[in-house]
Write a protein that binds this ligand. Structure first.
Ligand code: 13P
Length: 250
């Protein structure tokens, strides 16, 4: 079965609740007729409920950018998957490199968060990616393998349908420097191979792997033309209705 392309916008710490609602109203109208791809917007947690409300009965799903490994507890400042679930959120991004670098997300933590996301019947977008130093040192595959193994530790075959992997080379995020489609595809093929090794070839064939890092309307077509690229996780260009709309309709 062909993999349905999945285009997700990671808004990071942009847009107030009012701006978020206004944005998705416009986006909803612009993308009303899109049927052959999955569309996800990931506002800040504060805006999630209002965005869900605005997108009810639309073809756009809502994700958030992180969720805790417990469902409740004395964890000041955190939000659990159970809470997101009640608010109507469907996807949780986990292990984004900004969180790995600035908020202590390790593979072990991401793994615990992933398990809790799945326990709550939510879907996850698990991010992996190497830094420029790691790439230059020829360590890309080693780094990606450790991240995938660490994040997927103890995750059963039956859960894979609820997981999307996002390959985001750290050096391509917010820099305007996209990996070439071939460079990205090479890593995607490697990741698919890891899924085949860890699970089986059917699971690998079905796994959707998004590319993220300076995706724009100008480069989405070439990226999506690659055999192992199944979608995009878009940062900066997801903040404007026109550019995100154009990316979705590549
Ligand atoms: P940019 O598209 O702004 O490079 O960000 C990519 C990203 O981090 C998406 O999660």
């Amino acid at each position: 079965m062909a993999r349905t392309p999945i285009i997700a916008g990671n808004w990071k710490m942009y847009k107030t609740p009012k701006e978020s609602v206004e944005f998705v109203r416009q986006l909803r109208d612009q993308l009303r007729d899109v049927k052959d791809r999955e569309i996800v917007v990931c506002p800040t947690a504060l805006s999630a409920a209002a965005v869900v409300e605005t997108l009810r009965f639309s073809n756009i799903q809502v994700g958030c950018q992180d969720a805790h490994w417990e469902n409740e507890g004395a964890y000041t400042g955190n939000i659990s998957p159970a809470m997101f679930k009640e608010a109507g959120v469907r996807y949780i991004i986990l292990g984004h490199s900004e969180r790995r670098q600035l908020d202590n997300d390790t593979d072990t933590r991401i793994n615990a968060k992933l398990k809790n996301v799945l326990r709550n019947s939510l879907k996850a977008i698990v991010c992996v990616g190497e830094t420029v130093l790691e790439r230059e040192a020829g360590k890309t595959e080693k780094v990606i393998e450790a991240q995938v193994k660490g994040c997927f530790e103890g995750i059963g075959l039956g859960d894979l349908a609820d997981i999307v992997i996002a390959y985001e080379p750290v050096w391509a995020i917010g820099t305007g420097k996209t990996a070439t489609p071939e460079q990205a595809n090479e890593v995607h093929t490697f990741i698919r191979g890891l899924v085949a090794k860890g699970y089986n070839s059917e699971a690998a064939t079905n796994m959707r792997i998004q590319y993220g890092g300076s995706v724009k309307p100008e480069n989405i077509k070439q990226l999506m033309a690659q055999p192992d690229i199944d979608g995009a996780l878009v940062g900066g260009a997801s903040l404007k209705v026109d550019s995100f709309g154009a990316i979705v309709q590549f």
